[in-house]
Design a protein around this ligand. Structure first.
Ligand code: HEC
Length: 135
């Protein structure tokens, strides 16, 4: 039992460390360097699920107009977000979008966005730059 609980403490400490390290990631962060025109092309991989223009309906995924700087899972009132995303407390900025687009399922376990992720950082940077233009 003793061993188990020190393991748990180590785990918790590890998690805290990762959390503390995250802002460092945010500094080297994406999108400042992203190309929105290239991002619009890469967004072809997202279009089957996401509309991007004001007033367009939600699809399999929510319309992404105005998504940048919004609170995850709250912006589209008529859309049935997963409980996981609604309770994630994420706000969509360069750092959180970079994590999300790398791997939605590990960033928000239980999300219903069934997209494998964009493995290449330049592609994520470009898509994030494009998402910023949707306003
Ligand atoms: C197979 C369909 C599908 C694809 C492809 C897809 N998404 Fe999604 N996306 C979803 C769904 C479903 C949700 C809602 C997730 C939830 O509620 O857990 C979502 C949610 C999101 C959100 C959060 C929206 C909010 O209002 O909080 C963002 C941002 C997003 N997707 C971006 C993208 C980007 C960028 C791509 C392409 C690189 C992409 N998605 C590809 C289905 C998809």
């Amino acid at each position: 039992m003793r061993k188990l609980s020190s393991f748990a403490v180590a785990l918790a400490t590890g998690t805290a460390l990762v959390t503390v390290l995250m802002p460092a990631n945010a500094q080297t962060s994406p999108a400042a360097t992203g190309d929105p025109v290239a991002g619009a092309k890469t967004f072809g991989q997202c279009r089957s699920c996401h509309a991007t223009t004001a007033g367009a309906p939600d699809g399999i995924g929510p319309n992404l107009f105005g998504v940048y700087n919004s609170k995850a899972g709250t912006r589209r009132k008529g859309y049935a977000y997963s409980t996981a995303l609604k309770s994630s407390r994420l706000v969509w900025n360069d750092a959180t979008l970079d994590r999300w687009l790398t791997n939605p399922a590990t960033t928000v376990p239980g999300t219903k966005m069934t997209f494998i992720g964009l493995q290449r950082k330049p592609m994520r940077d470009n898509v994030i730059a494009y998402l910023k233009t949707l306003k």
